[in-house]
Design a protein around this ligand. Structure first.
Ligand code: SAH
Ligand code: ZN
Ligand code: ZN
Ligand code: ZN
Ligand code: ZN
Length: 455
């Protein structure tokens, strides 16, 4: 695999410079978020300067300022201080403690069930005093405990932990699809709302047979789920904070019997690092493969990777067996993606899957139709192009074929003889050689990425 533009350059970096991710390497130093990743500055496509380690999970130095040169000698004293720091920056309660707290919490009468909004924590009566000056939610019902994603505020730090929660319609669609495809176990990686929908149904409907395990870096969820239902996990370095026991929980979950087929559903933060995600997902797939599978020996763990369409080529680079579905995934709290020009929501977020596209039935009542030639469901506006012999639109609008580019392009694009490709009419022909942070394409920076319509 090649090296990829991974993060925005440091302030003051030369134009054309960017950071490239070299990946997870054995013996890497750790921050509170597990082993750090190795990066290097690249300029005009070449490595420049010293390689360094930085936090895998946090893009914003304010959230985790871990930094170490690859060839740096770190003194014993600094190593000890770092270990101490890492220990001190773990959550105040362990998962076990949180599970015990929950067991006590649900025994309380409604009038004594309180949740501190400031600390994002369920409170036991003995702790009320400490939180007396905080915003408190009272009378926490069983229904509220069943939907923690509504109770907790979404983490909205753009760089590190942007939580974009599925709209109910999209979440229900995913679950119905999973069930109709015959899956009975769902590994939810960064999809707390899907997990919560499954857990909630499993606790209320007797004949509901689907099970799920949530892997997420948001430790607040450990207040609501047992060790068999939630693992504190970092998907950028495949790090289980709960150690070998958590690893084993995941392994056990992936062990399927003949009527317990497993699918993994993930919806990672969009801020890049596709390579790191792919590497972790391959490790999860390998874990699935290690467990005995009657009759599925030569297969890959089925997966839905939910991600914006402009990452298609990056995802296919790592997972050539994947294809992109036309279904537009909707979110409750995503400012950028809520409304298109047409009034109807237009979301750039899609489902990538290694299942056969012909099996993924999209809702006709939402305007999707089946293309008999492509043998897959497509957006209503996605016309089959006779020349490409495929339904070529990526964004739901009707695309047009360019004979010079020999492919279909966005309706707003025109062929530019200078650039020798199609582009927006008012584009500037000069190119920069560093790819965009958001879509990976050359010619523009993240701030002007055409894929994001800024509000
Ligand atoms: N649409 C999903 C949420 C996606 S938001 C749903 O409604 O269920 C991205 C999710 O990934 C969040 O839950 C966030 O906590 C989690 N996440 C962010 N960084 C992560 C990391 N490094 N490792 C694991 N999970 C992470
Ligand atoms: Zn960190
Ligand atoms: Zn078609
Ligand atoms: Zn075409
Ligand atoms: Zn063209």
């Amino acid at each position: 695999g090649g090296r990829h533009q991974a993060a925005a350059p440091e302030p003051g970096a030369a134009p054309g410079a960017a950071l490239a991710l070299l990946g997870a390497v054995p013996g890497a130093p750790s921050c509170p978020h597990g082993p750090a990743l190795l990066f290097v500055k690249v300029s005009h496509g070449r490595e420049e300067g010293r390689r360094f380690y930085a936090c895998s999970a946090c893009r914003d130095r304010k959230d985790c300022n871990f930094f170490q040169w690859e060839d740096e000698k770190v003194s014993e004293a600094r190593l000890a201080a770092r270990e101490e720091y890492n220990r001190n920056h773990q959550p105040p309660f362990t998962h076990r403690q949180n599970v015990e707290r929950y067991e006590n919490f649900v025994l309380l009468p409604l009038s004594k069930r309180r949740f501190c909004q400031e600390c994002q924590q369920l409170l036991l009566p003995a702790e009320w005093g400490k939180h007396s000056s905080h915003q408190i939610l009272c009378d926490i019902s069983t229904a509220q405990l069943r939907s923690p994603s509504q109770l907790l505020y979404p983490l909205e730090n753009k760089k590190t932990n942007a939580q974009y929660l599925f709209a109910n319609r999209s979440c229900q669609f995913l679950l119905d699809l999973i069930i109709s495809l015959g899956f009975r176990r769902v590994l939810c990686v960064g999809t707390p709302r899907l997990h919560e929908m499954i857990q909630s149904k499993a606790s209320q409907e007797e004949d509901f047979r689907v099970r799920s395990l949530l892997l997420d870096i948001d430790f607040r969820y450990s207040q609501f789920y047992t060790e068999d239902e939630f693992c504190h996990y970092n998907m950028f370095n495949h790090y289980f904070f709960g150690g070998e026991a958590a690893h084993e929980t995941c392994r056990k979950f992936l062990h399927q019997d003949k009527d317990g087929r497993v699918i993994m559903v993930t919806d990672p933060p969009f801020g890049g690092l596709v390579e790191a995600l792919a590497s972790s997902f391959k490790k999860l797939m390998a874990m699935w493969k290690e467990t005995e599978k009657e009759g599925y020996e030569n297969q890959e763990m089925p997966m839905f990777w939910i991600f914006p369409y402009f990452f298609e080529s990056r995802i296919l680079e790592f997972f050539p067996s994947f294809s992109m579905m036309d279904y537009q995934v909707d979110y409750d709290n995503h400012a950028l993606y809520k409304h298109g020009k047409t009034g109807r929501r237009q979301s750039p977020v899609r489902i990538f899957t290694n299942l056969s596209p012909s099996m993924i039935v999209l809702p006709v009542e939402e305007g999707y139709r089946f293309c008999a030639i492509c043998k897959r469901y497509v957006s209503s506006g996605n016309q089959h192009c006779e020349i490409c012999n495929s339904c070529t639109s990526k964004d739901g609008r009707q695309w047009k074929h360019c004979n010079l580019c020999k492919k279909c392009v966005k309706p707003s694009w025109f062929h530019c003889n200078n650039c020798n490709c199609c582009a927006l009419q008012n584009h500037s022909c000069e190119k920069t050689d560093a790819g965009c942070f958001v879509c990976g394409k050359e010619g523009h920076k993240r701030s002007t990425c055409p894929s994001l319509s800024h509000t």
